[in-house]
Design a protein. Structure first.
Length: 550
């Protein structure tokens, strides 16, 4: 029992740290609604924040937070259903609820860009806070400039003591640390951070002039997530940071267990759910395909002895399908003979554990396999220039949305097609490297201004595509209009010092019927209409002549 209390204590510390940032975001949403009560986007996001507190508080020993979250969620839902703006007293009530939640968490103050504690102001959405530890002014300036262009909030520290002072006010979301510091070692600093309550949460990347293999291994040993030699390749560092931050912000990983023994299934559920995983048991192999589609697991625990089929045969079957090529499969069985191990590997499984398996070993194996698979998928699914989803990966996400719509008619999603205007002129006048920077700047804007839940992809060439859920067409049009206004005034510079601007056209189509091709066609038609109308505009498919939603 003490092991589980220790594990819960670690999770509780991480929950407090993460909840503080979510509270900051919720408070900023309330302020946005005070300034513009009709902002439905802000109301929807605030509802999600209250929903999150309602669903998580009791699990981590904060039952009062669950009650407060439910109260806020209920008010938001009632206002949405009534299709009205919140009243002043409701806004005041939300502020009070959030203040009470903060008190329940112990009044933890958030990490400040100035190194101090900030109680009132909140960061802008999707602005991760990065602690940069290096004593070289040129490096501090260069890294700060690169990260700020991506929308990150950067706090500098020139030595270990200054870094620890900053961290004392609250842990940042990420750290970039030099190995050679004036008053100590970057290795030692990272080890101290990892030993703190919640210290496993920040993404840590080390940079150094040291290039030996042992230096790199030592960086990993002390708890860093990555290592880059100076002079740093900024694009590589940014890609790594994005991946690490996406990992930390992602929804709890899902684990599906093929297990027909109820007692073993109950044990696995306690272990996995205690670590924050979403868990489902499939006792019958005949239901496997259905559960894979409906649950979309990040890892599959496979028993060898199952009714009507063996785990080895099921693994071989899954490996024949591209969609399951990167799905980690860990086999659990009471059989320990060498031949069984070999059969497991030949079938295509990733790992092999013997029952009864120690909870710590099971959790470590699952976490390692999920992280490795996530990294491999990011390499396969991300466009190298923009770090957005590739064309094929984006379409796969769209298919998943359509599949959910088939099961639930209440699913709302908009397909946004974006095309840079006169992009060929940019390449012809300023060169392809400059054109690439324009593409990358638009991708960066999308990441900064859209939600983590929105799906963003580079559809091809100068075309981008976005899936925006839980908003109607009018709200999506306003959102994309704001993106266009911001991008159209963003300056770009050629190698010869010429400054210019660029713009885009966009088409928006709501998912009306569970038909991927029809949905995509309507978004294309809306984009075509925007370009034919003079470009630099956003058009909704419902406004097109003959559209069935018009």
């Amino acid at each position: 029992m003490s092991q589980w209390h220790d594990l819960l204590g670690d999770l509780r510390g991480h929950y407090v740290h993460e909840s503080s940032a979510k509270l900051d975001d919720a408070e900023s949403l309330v302020r946005a609604l005070q300034a513009q009560p009709g902002d439905r986007d802000a109301l929807t996001l605030l509802l999600r924040r209250f929903h999150g507190f309602a669903g998580s508080g009791s699990s981590y020993g904060f039952p009062r937070i669950t009650e407060l979250g439910r109260e806020g969620e209920a008010t938001c839902v009632a206002i949405q259903r009534a299709d009205r703006a919140p009243a002043p007293e409701e806004l005041a009530s939300w502020s009070a609820l959030l203040s009470s939640i903060r008190s329940e968490l112990g009044g933890r103050e958030r990490f400040s860009a100035s190194g101090g504690a900030v109680a009132e102001s909140a960061p802008t959405p999707h602005a991760p806070q990065v602690l940069l530890v290096d004593d070289e002014e040129s490096v501090l300036d260069a890294v700060t400039r690169v990260l700020q262009q991506e929308g990150y909030v950067v706090t500098p520290a020139r030595n270990e003591a200054e870094a620890l002072e900053r961290i004392a006010a609250g842990l940042p979301e990420a750290m970039v640390v030099d190995i050679l510091l004036p008053d100590g070692s970057g290795y030692a600093l990272v080890e101290k951070v990892r030993a703190m309550p919640g210290g496993d949460a920040p993404a840590v990347v080390m940079i150094s002039i040291l290039s030996g293999l042992l230096d790199k291994v030592e960086a990993i040993h002390c708890g860093a997530d990555g290592y880059f030699e100076k002079p740093v390749e900024w694009d590589s560092l940014l890609r790594r940071l994005r991946l690490l931050l996406e990992r930390n912000r992602s929804q709890p990983s899902r684990v599906l267990s093929m297990e027909d023994d109820p007692e073993q299934a109950a044990f696995l559920r306690v272990v996995m759910e205690s670590a924050g995983y979403q868990f489902r048991v499939c006792p019958d192999p005949r239901q496997m395909e259905h559960d894979l589609l409906a649950f979309r697991p990040d890892l599959l625990l496979m028993d060898v002895l199952l009714p009507g089929a063996s785990g080895h045969d099921l693994t071989r079957y899954l490996r024949q399908h591209d969609v399951h090529a990167t799905l980690p499969i860990v086999v659990l069985t009471t059989e320990s003979q060498l031949e069984t191990r070999l059969d497991t590997l030949r079938a295509g499984a990733d790992d092999f554990l013997i029952k009864p398996v120690a909870p710590g070993l099971l959790l470590s194996t699952v976490a390692a396999r999920i992280e490795r698979a996530r990294f491999l998928r990011s390499l396969l699914e991300r466009d190298g220039l923009t770090s957005l989803l590739t064309h094929s990966a984006f379409l796969e996400r769209a298919r998943n949305v359509v599949a959910r719509r088939q099961r639930d008619a209440k699913v709302r999603c908009a397909w946004v097609m974006i095309d840079l205007d006169f992009f060929k002129r940019v390449n012809d006048r300023h060169g392809h490297p400059v054109g690439d920077r324009v593409l990358a700047s638009l991708a960066s804007l999308l990441r900064r201004r859209l939600r983590q839940s929105d799906t963003m992809g580079r559809y091809g060439g100068e075309e981008f595509a976005v899936l925006v859920e839980d908003l109607d067409e009018a709200d999506v049009l306003r959102l994309v209009d704001r993106l266009l206004e911001e991008f159209a005034v963003q300056p770009h510079r050629s190698p010869h010092g010429v400054t210019f601007t660029a713009a885009f056209s966009a088409g928006v189509a709501m998912l009306e019927e569970p038909d991927l091709d029809a949905w995509r066609h309507r978004a294309d038609q809306a984009l075509y209409s925007a370009k034919m109308a003079g470009r630099r505009r956003v058009v909704g498919a419902s406004s097109l002549p003959g559209d069935e939603t018009a």
